[in-house]
Design a protein around this ligand. Structure first.
Ligand SMILES: [Zn+2]
Length: 163
């Protein structure tokens, strides 16, 4: 994805207030992120691991989501499958819940999905981070097709939150 600045990321939040978007923690090492290998940028708030954030492009524009992780650090990582990249990483997957954008979110409507706990889907798909033994499906898809699928899954989630 295209590299983003802190200002662009803060302006891209769709499901929290402007004040929250100004205050929330954005990674300080944005310039060093492997943007060319990212289908989305995801991170957790190091001081509040119940909070995670995700930025992806939808229709050519960056959209950012504020997420809640009800159980951020389980003693036994949940070895489920990530809905975004279809990996079952040894580090586990976490339920990530996004309030819907706008009025629906204010009324308590949320969308939840299981995502790699470290939000490193893009790197797992590309084999740039080891997901552990048996973490990846045996598939006949090409790397490009797997990347396309991950991008589509992330876009569908973002679209669901903003709908
Ligand atoms: Zn994943």
């Amino acid at each position: 994805m295209k590299p983003l600045t802190e200002q662009e990321i803060r302006a891209a939040f769709v499901n929290c207030s402007k004040g929250e978007a100004e205050r929330l923690v954005v990674p300080r090492d944005l310039a060093d992120r492997p943007w060319a290998d990212l289908d989305y940028l995801g991170w957790r708030d190091p001081r509040s691991p119940h909070r995670a954030y995700l930025v992806a492009e939808l229709d050519g524009r960056p959209r950012a989501l504020a997420l809640r992780c009800p159980s951020p650090t389980p003693a036994q990582p949940r070895r489920g499958m990530c809905s975004m990249c279809l990996t079952a990483p040894s580090g586990g997957v976490s339920l990530m819940v996004a309030p819907r954008a706008g009025k629906a979110g204010q009324q308590g409507n949320t969308v939840g999905t299981y995502v790699c706990s470290d939000l490193a889907c893009s790197l797992y798909v590309r084999g740039k981070k080891d997901a552990g033994a048996g973490a990846r499906l045996q598939e006949s898809l090409t790397l490009e097709e797997k990347i396309q699928r991950t991008v589509a899954n992330v876009a569908a989630f973002v679209a669901n939150v903003t709908a």
